[in-house]
Design a protein around this ligand. Sequence first.
Ligand code: PMP
Length: 366
Amino acid sequence: MKRVYNFSAGPSVLPQTVLEKAASEMLDYNGSGQSVMEMSHRSKAYKPIIEGTEALVRELLTVPANYKVLFLQGGASLQFAMVPLNLKKKGKAAFVDTGVWSDKAIKEAKKWLQVDVIASSKATQYDRIPEVATVTGDYDYVHITLNNTIVGTAWGALPDTGDIPLVADASSNILSEPLDISKFGIIYAGAQKNLAPAGVTLVIVREDLIREDLPADVPTMLRYDTHAKEGSMYNTPPCWSVYVMKLVLEWVKALGGAEGMGKLNREKAAILYDYLDSGDFFRATAQKGSRSLMNIPFLTKIGDPEKAEAINKKFVAEAEAAGLVNLAGHRLVGGMRASIYNAMPKEGVQALVDFMKKFAAANAEA
Ligand code: PMP
């Protein structure tokens, strides 16, 4: 069996030990004689799985007692709609535009709310997080994208929003380092990068934002109170993805939890950024001070766009042949991107840098 180093932005690499455990339990979970895929979500065997997953989320992310942890479907993209539908009161929200995913969230929220884009880094191709120290105003919430998967930027210090709930899309950096959940009203993450296979979305929501007095036309499935009241069991939850999330969280816990992950992720990212900042051939596109630990886009320093495009293609193809896969940048920005989520081992990042050095030497212009 040959496993590759998978730098996909999502769905993404999972820890090998998690895959092995899931494989070993595939036909007979815990003596039940069934696969988790086949079980009723209301069965005795399944209940401890979803409850255990929630307990681990609470423990590893230090979720305060006044927050609900929900396992929903529809991806992070459905949260772009659920957030405005559930938080709309005065009818106005503030958004910070840091790239494609922020923009999608903005477009969706505009269906229900007046949206003020209070800061944007669009003018510099989203290569940084704009300065937003404080936010005031008559807003139902302030929305940020904590980690920008496509352009590889991430928030450091959070804006001070006072009493206005801060809502964050943490799809591509959830549990990559410690995070103070109490600073947020809602934090949501599609799980298919750092937590689980696709199919489940983790939503952590402060209880006072879960309203029962929503307009009658808000669909039942799109109300946080529906899911909060039923422990994410209003309807069939994504049972299998939740189960694998539990295995991933057990793996994270064994490696020192969010702190352990943060230390490891900083080491991994430094290996790649240090090389990108020191070499003559490649360069990182995100500005220092705004750089993501999870998604690292990069370009060559070749000036001629046609030559650069050809060399990018060559790089991606030769890397793939060397067992380093999914290194093409997002289709909207081109170039290359290495996504180095929690489950990417340090050896994988080192193998990438070793390959880049060889490629640079072989392709340096005379
Ligand atoms: N937000 C961010 C930051 C993302 O990276 C993605 C997916 N790449 C999404 C939202 C959309 O997530 P989903 O596919 O789960 O709807």
